[in-house]
Write a protein that binds this ligand. Structure first.
Ligand SMILES: Cc1cc2nc3c(=O)[nH]c(=O)nc-3n(C[C@H](O)[C@H](O)[C@H](O)COP(=O)(O)O)c2cc1C
Length: 223
């Protein structure tokens, strides 16, 4: 059996998918993993909308492209995008990467992913913990998907603003009253059509951990 830590540290966000369908039994396992996440006061405020319909996924992809495109165009105008991708020395390649980003195409992948699962929180039943509860559920979903050999991505950007979250609710028929449901993210799932050679660079534990009190970087000796 694979160690849990091996599953955790070999997962990576996947944004390109094959057209092969994802069996219902796998979707059920992913939802089951979400159901067992920890949740403040055991409220379980999560609700999931499983979307396979191509037309609906196209609308989600378009919403994501527009939102991402306008955000990244602004960053491009401020020069941030050029700074971020300055490492790509081939000029034509850099220009194409920048175009892919500021056109918003980078965020369109809900169109390709055979399954998109919207993760929303009930505000009436939930507590102040709703975003954290749902985040725990999403991580469980991603890990289960990965352990089944599937790729997935946690997508928040396209539903981050109130305006886009409202449009997202309209697409999926989610009640739009302010106190009803909070859209946290959607998760795109499918068979990976990309192979990232290297994992994303991660900070070392040395950089992240303090011992006993803030600022103490050397580990106390225990017997
Ligand atoms: C809260 C949160 C929001 C995210 N939103 C997006 C998003 O809107 N679009 C996207 O493509 N990826 C999104 N991601 C995925 C991150 O970009 C990804 O996890 C990060 O770059 C690290 O890469 P890895 O998942 O491959 O380790 C999000 C991840 C988290 C945890």
């Amino acid at each position: 059996m694979q160690e849990l830590l091996d599953i955790i540290n070999s997962r990576k966000s996947i944004r390109r998918y094959k057209t092969d369908p994802v069996p219902d039994a796998m979707v059920d396992k992913i939802l089951e993993a979400a159901r067992w996440a920890p949740t403040g006061e055991n409220y379980q405020p999560w609700r999931f909308i499983v979307v396979r319909d191509q037309e609906t996924r196209n609308r989600i992809g378009d919403l994501a492209r527009l939102g991402s495109g306008s955000r990244m165009t602004a960053w491009y105008c401020m020069g941030h995008m050029q700074e971020r991708f300055a490492g790509i020395k081939d000029e034509a390649k850099r220009a194409e990467v920048l175009r892919f980003m500021y056109s918003g195409e980078v965020s369109e992948f809900a169109k390709q992913a055979p399954v998109v699962i919207a993760v929303i929180g009930t505000l009436r039943e939930g507590s102040v913990d709703v975003p954290y509860d749902l985040s725990a559920a999403i991580e469980n979903m991603l890990l289960e998907a990965h352990s089944l050999g599937l790729g997935g991505c946690w997508v928040h950007g396209p539903v981050a603003s109130t305006r886009d979250a409202r449009k997202f609710k309209e697409i999926l028929g989610i009640p739009t009253g302010m106190g009803d449901y909070k859209v946290i993210a959607y998760v795109s799932i499918g068979w990976a059509a990309e192979a990232r050679k290297y994992p994303r660079p991660k900070k070392s534990l040395e950089e992240l951990v303090h011992w006993e009190r803030f600022g103490r970087k050397e580990r106390p000796h225990h017997g």
